[in-house]
Design a protein around this ligand. Sequence first.
Ligand code: GLY
Length: 610
Amino acid sequence: MQARYVLRIGAVFALAAGTSAATASATPAQHPPNYVKQATATGTGGAVASAEFNASKAGIETLRSGGNAIDAAVAVASTLGVTEPFVAGAGGGGYMVIYLAKTKQVVTIDGREMCAAACTPNLFLDPATGKPLAFEDARRSGLSVGVPGMVATWDKAVKAYGRKSLGSNLKPAIEVADHGFTVTPNFVDQEKEALADLQTFTSSRKLFLTKDGQPLPAGSTLRNPDLAHTYSEIAKHGASYLYGGPLGNDIARAVTHPPVWSGSTFNVRPGLMTAQDVANYVAKTRQPTHVNYRGLDVYGMPPSSSGGTTTGEALNILNGWNLSGESRAEATFHYLEASRLAFADRNAYVGDSDYQPVPVQGLLDPAFAATRRCLVGNKALTSPVAPGIPFAPYGTCPTSKTAANPVHEGTQTNHLVVADKWGNVVSYTNTIEQVAGSGITVPGRGFLLNNEMTDFDFAPATPSTYDPNLPAPGKRPRSSMSPTIVLKAGAPDFTLGSPGGATIITTVLQTLINHVDFGMSLPQALAAPRVSQRNNAKADAEPAFLSTDLAKVLTSQYGEQFAAKTGPVLPADSFIGNATGIDFLPGGRFQAAAEPVRSGGGSALVVNPQ
Ligand code: GLY
């Protein structure tokens, strides 16, 4: 095998120290031909926005060569598995919301990871103490890994709605994995954030770190021949190469026998997944959630994600106020309180609906929203607020006595959007959960495994508290992913989504009201400073929000409290969600919008730029 990464002299990025394993070359580092690092693109023929240029380019190439939005979404997602391996890839899962122009239908695919058949509610309890494991002990283990749903989603989407084959849609990703891509400062930041996790496993050290076990130098070129081979085998044999095939065997083996580095002292617990669990996985078609907001039809992802029900409930609460006629402070106060209340209901009622009934109808009923809105006066409510009672007939402002369950809120994910010339739209959020997931790379396969099972609650708030989100055999943990498509008079108006764990929901909500109520363009709405209230005493806020007069008025006049968003390692963690979206402009034009700054900025492209 050739050197995985090559350090180019005169690289476009500042080079990191400690690169003894690098193979130097005299060629200056280059971005791919036609590299256009732009956050907004306007034009015709189709559009893509994602977190990374090579991935967006793969989508545009697929559209140009006759693929539709569904094909292009698979091309983008599989390429992100190469260039953004710490937040995407074949070892993860996600949710795809699709608008089909021909039938004017919105459909969804639930490709969420699944717990093994041997899972029990005690999955994350320490057998010695009966107490929940510390998060990192649970995460950096085989226990946290769910059966990946990503390839099953791609296969299902392409077979049902694509114009090309899965194999053809994987070609751009295979090429990038084979030829390599430039390691960006954001890539290095993610390696720093997950360094201890990557260092723990031999396969991850080999693929992603220098021979001294340090982050790769920014500006070097990283090749991933193992992943090129894995994708090529999937292209040749289909998804059954993973589900019921040799790749599934390798995944189960890595989970039950994690490749722990001999120098590690970390207690890595093996997982429960069998090859049969992998073979049993099915990506599920589900009915989208739907609410009407200011005359627009807003479609989202139903359980196992809480995204559609929580954004939908908050929008229903907000429908009772005329935000565009209020001061910005009052409108933002209403946004924060609607989100606080919707999160109380999410945490009490939403889990995998194949395992217990989830009151989706009640949560999305405008009459139920009225019973939540009536709790809001002129001052911030005190969190944790109790859940409401989403079962008709609804009382007047009733609250249940249920205690709030503990919630882990992962931070990393990615969102991509695609639209094609036929009018199809894809909004696709996918992830491996934390940065670098479980930290385990499947040996010889070129991709990391998720830690999505830590999105389950480890234990209920009290032994008698109803908790819809405990582990069970074959169950999917509750997600916050909120891929959203908005129609106006039956045609696409805009689409959006975001990474960011539970802040995904508030990012989608805030961006949506920025655009619909405050009249911002979609790029402006995505770029605006964020604040996220999730039924906590203090709302997380970006530095750019905290420094505004708006934040001061919300504190002094409305009693809102804010905390600066921080992360475990990096200053970049003060950001909330590098979202993406597409606005459908008059005259058949698209405006693709990626993040301009957060996480190094994303990439928006259109087929025919104007
Ligand atoms: N792992 C983050 C989410 O599913 O919301």
